[in-house]
Design a protein around this ligand. Structure first.
Ligand SMILES: [Zn+2]
Ligand SMILES: [Zn+2]
Length: 75
C-alpha cells in the first residue's frame, strides 16, 4: 500500500487480529535525538509492534512500543 498523504509505502501492522496500513512517516510520532536535536528516522519493527528510531547523525537508537501506550487518565 502507498500512503495517501506522502506517497511512501506503508507497513501492514497486525494487532488484535486486525491489520492496518501504517505510514511510518505520517503515523508515527516524531522523536528528536537527545544529543543532536534532529528528527530521527522512524521504522516499524517486530511486526509493527515497536517503533525503531535512529538518529541520522550520531546513530543513537531508541525503541518504543507502537501504538504508544496512552498516559493513564488521572482525572
Ligand atoms: Zn505518509
Ligand atoms: Zn543524534
Amino acid at each position: 500500500m502507498t500512503c495517501e498523504k506522502c506517497g511512501a509505502s506503508t507497513v501492514a501492522v497486525t494487532a488484535e487480529e486486525k491489520t492496518a496500513d501504517v505510514c511510518p512517516s505520517c503515523d508515527i510520532p516524531d522523536r528528536m535525538c537527545t544529543w543532536c536535536q534532529l528528527a530521527m528516522i522512524k521504522k516499524l519493527v517486530g511486526n509493527g509492534r515497536y517503533i525503531h528510531y535512529i538518529c541520522p547523525k550520531c546513530v543513537f537508537q531508541h525503541t518504543s512500543k507502537y501504538p504508544p501506550v496512552s498516559a493513564p487518565n488521572t482525572s
